[in-house]
Design a binder for this molecule. Sequence first.
Ligand code: MSP
Length: 653
Amino acid sequence: MSKNKFYVTTPIYYPSGIPHIGTSYTTIAADVVARYKRLQGYDVMFTTGTDEHGQKIETSALKEGKLPQKYVDEIVEHFKNLWNLLGISYNKFVRTTDLSHKKSVQKIFKKLYNSGKIYKGKYKGWYCTPDEAFFTDTQLVDGKCPDCGREVTWAEEEAYFFKLSEYADKLLEYYENHPNFIQPESRKNEMIQFIKSGLDDLCVSRTSFNWGIPVDFDDKHIVYVWLDALTNYITSQGYASDNETDFYKYWPADVHFVGKEILRFHVIIWPAILMALGLPLPKQVFAHGWILFGDGSKMSKSRGNIIDPVILSERYGVDALRYFLMREFSFSSDGIFTNEALINRINFDLANDLGNLLSRTVAMVDKYFGKALPESQKEGAIDNELINFAINLRKEYEIKMDNYKFSSALSNVWLLISKCNKYIDETMPWKLSKDPNKKDRLARVMYNLCECLRIISILITPFMPDTSKKIQDQIGAHKHKCTWKLASEWGILPYNLEIQKGDSLFPRIDVKKELEELNKMVENNAKIAANEFKAKNEEAAENVVRLIDIEDFAKIKLIAAKIIECEPIKKSKKLLKLTVDDGQGERTVVSGISQYYTPEELIGKSIILVSNLKPAKLCGVESNGMILAATCPENKVKVIFVDEEIPAGSKIC
Ligand code: MSP
């Protein structure tokens, strides 16, 4: 029998900067679901990726003096490395610069155009010439470009449009008939209001920049970002390619995880595109909240906290970070990240509750019995309560997980952990061990604890895969005893337990010392950042092109002049002394071109002369003007020669 499929996605992230704790949050959540579903026996497709086109990326790349492709290649490596570090078990990583994606997008665009869902029109708006970008009325800041603050002008540009306006009623009807499509429920109303306030057709092509997928039947246009980005969810499965097997197998997605700011694109534009293509819609779009930082901002560059996922993973372990992100915040709401909260979770939940339970249990089994426990004893009421709770836990947990209530699911597991710790306090194994008649009872207590740990280890697998494995190794629970099905069954471990004492799972952190250390890092980082900022500003100031007025240009008097004589200046390796005819008479000009020209190559040639430059002495020779030359690749210098028929003294402007 073939397995049921489950398809989960993350948004594809902009590679405009390296991935951070916010992007890690969505990706870890999707990974938790993928692992959970695999554990349940589903055939899972889990995709993530990068959204690499668009003017912003093009501009960022050029600012760094890189070609856009090179720029994105480098950042995408950071994404892949971080996902690797965080144990993200994606099946496919989609890049919108992948050839297969590009080809499929072109086909999709053509299909929509041929069926009349896309048409050619005019994009109108406020245009910022230096930024080559359009803005709407509301985007302007004090009537000026929101990016650079310069004047904007009203402009029109030929563009293709998708007939989004035709889908308002269909979307509302779809929401009505599929009440779980938009989750959490609380965000649905906002989407409905947005549609009711009127949908405009959507601009899906641009001609003002180049970094994108060309419309193949009109290559002046490139596909504008959302059509390129959203379609990743189907192109990754081979839609509109030569091999659509995965598409038929996995589409429609079971859930798209998105941050709340992009819900609108996923529940309005995306379903409309799918309807236009005649394809089924994803079963659900789940918008999660933002992780906010000390200063209330969404962005990852927080003040006063160390939030780099790489540093946090190295300091506390990947599983601790994964656990914290999924346990501390309710997935559908915003939450505030602090290092203190993270350290407290590690100390209380992981070191105290879970870590202690494991180390105490394993140490006691080892001390009192060595490897084998004597076989079964009758259970008392206290045992039955624990056992019932443990075997019913999976059901409760599944209800939470199926609704993406990760924090509640974990909190259920932690209830069992604290019940176990309480059970130890109540049964007092150290006392039982002193009474030879209680050996059986002691064995039963130990066995019950190991069984609970086995169930706990299974249920935490999606969140903390490494920790789960470590627990199973320490209690000697072989893999086949830890299947999903066996998470709700009792008496699975054999009596001859193969206990393997191991390191403590999560060492306790000295909060005060750790926070002091982190503060020092923050201060240090602030200093480094300030220096980098200064250096970047200086570099930018050097590269900046300062615009001049026409009056400024008019101050420079350019004329044609003819070189009559030329000789090297003895004291210099670079300079040539030129005698030129400027139409009025002769004058001497010194030029640093002796590495590139011999005097013979120059004599008789006409050049452009800056004729009103103040005289300057170079190696003892007075220069009266400057000849124009171009700096070519590899720093080669080429003099700009002009047509010899242009008489010396002719004005150039
Ligand atoms: N490229 C688009 C998405 C296209 S999907 C077809 C995009 N990219 S993004 O790089 O800006 O990533 C946005 C996503 O990153 C958010 O939707 C959210 O999932 C995640 N997060 C970024 N910062 C976040 C927080 N501070 N908190 C939680 N999630 C955050 O939009």
